[in-house]
Design a protein around this ligand. Structure first.
Ligand code: UDP
Length: 423
């Protein structure tokens, strides 16, 4: 049957459509890690909040994986900033489910601080140990977003307690590990660095001219791509401003912007206005959300993938671009300075600096040979370091260190960016 593991991911279901305000990397992470673990000796139940009253309680998500829709608060889409109040109900409904099914779990993997709250409550009541991946940290958000951060102030205390109570804290990159130690006094020996990954069966290079003709993009155009959740901290405005400053402006360059839905209408309006103010509306294409199956065409069609957030706990999109053989210009923050090797698989620039980004775009677009080489390096790098299969193997080492007889051994546990840089 395999060992039973519960994943809790209160706001991020693997079944959600991605790229709006709240659904993105965590949804992908939970689904992909579960899929890989299910091929090992595990059965995974993923507990996530019911956002739609029509959904059945239990949905099969492939062999040995179930998604359990938990009743906690209104059965509708509500912003994650307001969900903490429903976590006692989440815990109670999860307990009811376990009692009705007469099952328990050997381990809980909590994702995000609210899931960690539930995991701590279950640990107190049932003695089940837990591992936590925070995905984002309240302290870091406060530093960057100040008063715009709408999460309740209790978040920090919950994260601090989870750091104390978890058996292992999974940091997503060396910067995340450092932040956990600096702001939460997490003991080094409790943290293991396991990066995010990419599904190389879903994201791989396709023929560039095929991708371009499918998307209706002329082959002789230079294409820049920005793709992700449409929230201010992703710095999409920085990319638009850089395009206006780049010296390639007069040539055939277009910027594709993928992501954004009705919940992000305000941000989209702001970005469209910015493009219009800078007189480059004709070069900026707002394309909305795209499905997982379509993404490889967008990534392959692009000459450069650009992502310049203010901060980034990990950032899966650079890996996805690299998996399609596309070089990345990313901001030198968080997980990006770890996943993108500067000058090798792409380039790093300071965040919120359109001048620096414009210079990099100009130089790279003038050097097709360098771009090609970087694209090849990117593909090799991602396959060597950042597949979900590798991630799951690391995760298995963590789990077995807690519930198995093995000693904890972290096969990779990169503590610095440099350790992975030359690959
Ligand atoms: N995404 C998608 N369709 C879209 C926009 C985004 O599938 O239209 C996905 C994207 O491919 C990536 C995820 O949403 O897998 C965003 O993850 P990332 O870690 O880059 O950012 P986060 O959402 O965690 O801030």
């Amino acid at each position: 049957m395999g060992k039973r593991i519960a994943f809790i991911s209160e706001h991020a279901s693997p079944l959600a459509a991605l790229g709006g305000a709240d659904a993105g990397g965590q949804n992908v992470y939970v689904g992909e890690v579960a899929k890989q673990l299910a091929t090992m000796d595990y059965q995974i139940d993923i507990f996530t909040r019911r956002e739609d009253k029509e959904l059945p309680e239990v949905v099969s998500f492939g062999d040995k994986i179930r998604i359990i829709h938990v009743n906690a608060g209104p059965a509708e889409d509500i912003p994650k900033e307001t969900l903490l109040q429903y976590m006692p109900a989440f815990k109670a409904d999860m307990l009811r489910f376990m009692q009705e099914e007469q099952i328990t779990y050997e381990l809980i993997h909590a994702n995000f601080f609210m899931s960690a709250w539930v995991a701590m409550a279950l640990k107190r009541e049932l003695g089940i140990p837990f591992v936590v991946t925070f995905h984002a940290l309240g302290h870091i958000r406060r530093i960057h977003q100040g008063d715009n951060d709408q999460f309740p102030k209790e978040r920090l205390a919950i994260e601090e307690e989870a750091v104390r109570e978890a058996r292992v804290i999974v940091a997503e990159c060396p910067q995340d590990r450092e932040d956990l130690m600096t702001y939460y006094h997490a003991p080094a020996e409790k943290i293991t660095v396991i990066p995010c990954g990419v599904n190389v069966e879903e994201l791989y290079p396709v023929n560039k001219s095929v991708a371009r003709s499918l998307l209706g993009i002329p082959y002789d155009e230079k294409v820049l791509l920005q793709l992700g959740r449409m929230v201010p901290r992703k710095g999409v405005d920085n990319v638009i401003m850089a395009l206006a400053k780049a010296r390639c402006r007069s040539s055939n360059v277009r910027l594709l912007i993928v992501g954004g839905d009705v919940d992000t209408a305000k941000e989209l309006t702001r970005l469209k206005q910015l493009a219009s103010d800078l007189k480059i509306s004709d070069k900026v294409y707002f394309l909305g959300q795209k499905s997982r199956q379509e993404l490889k065409y967008y990534y392959t069609a692009a000459d450069i993938f650009i992502t310049t957030p203010w901060y980034e706990p990990f950032g899966i999109t650079p890996l996805e671009a690299m998996a399609c053989g596309t070089p990345v210009i990313g901001s030198k923050v968080g997980g990006i300075k770890y996943s993108v090797a500067d000058g090798h698989s792409g380039a790093l620039v300071p965040p919120k600096d359109p001048e620096a980004l414009a210079r990099k775009i100009t130089t790279l677009l003038q050097s097709p040979a360098i771009l090609r080489e970087m694209g090849n390096n990117a593909l090799r790098r991602v396959n060597k370091l950042f597949t979900w299969e590798l991630v799951a193997r690391d995760m298995q080492a963590v789990y077995e260190g807690i519930i198995g007889n093995n000693d904890i051994s972290y096969p990779r546990n990169f503590r610095t960016e440099e350790e992975s840089v030359s690959i």
